[in-house]
Design a protein around this ligand. Structure first.
Ligand SMILES: [Zn+2]
Length: 170
């Protein structure tokens, strides 16, 4: 979706909506599956310095791969960034710290690409189940404890010994 960010800022456009992972393929490529929900909130405005800014919020529940057991898990991610529309790298470099540059070439900014970048930034690089939910730790607990040597005694030997004991008693 293309949008004129400066016009949107002048008109104080506010966009809220949901996305499917398939609509942000670079982000989807980092996931374990395309199920889940992605909620996006974009609020365009002009700040008191006359800059065109956009407050971008993303909230998502997506399936990622646990790096311990390699099984799928649900991960909640959220991002919240304030961006200022800039036309050049010099303008970007001059921005104060609390503003990230949104480099717009020509008039239009690609909202999907913007949201996709924010989602990728918000996604932790490594994800792990909680210890109690991870199938690796379950496997460790389920592993049979190495049987002590004694238990492997041939059952016939035991029978034989019982017999001997009985004979001794007679
Ligand atoms: Zn796991």
């Amino acid at each position: 979706m293309l949008l004129d960010a400066r016009k949107a800022a002048t008109r104080a456009v506010h966009i809220q909506g949901g996305l499917r992972a398939a609509q942000v393929p670079e982000f989807a490529a980092l996931l374990a599956g395309e199920e889940g929900t992605i909620a996006v909130d974009l609020a365009f405005s002009k700040d008191d310095q006359g800059r065109y800014v956009v407050q971008l919020k993303v909230e998502a529940d997506v399936a990622v791969t646990c790096q311990r057991c390699l099984g799928p898990m649900l991960q909640h991610i959220s991002g919240n960034t304030r961006l200022a529309v800039v036309m050049t790298d010099q303008q970007a470099a001059a921005l104060p710290r609390h503003l990230d540059p949104l480099l717009v070439e020509g008039q239009m900014c690609n909202l999907h690409a913007l949201v996709e970048e924010e989602l990728i930034l918000a996604l932790p690089p490594f994800n792990y189940h909680k210890q109690s939910e991870c199938s690796t730790s379950l496997a460790v607990y389920a592993d049979p404890i190495e049987e002590p040597e004694q238990a492997r005694t041939n059952p016939f030997e035991v029978l034989g010994r019982l017999k001997l004991d009985e004979e001794h008693q007679e």
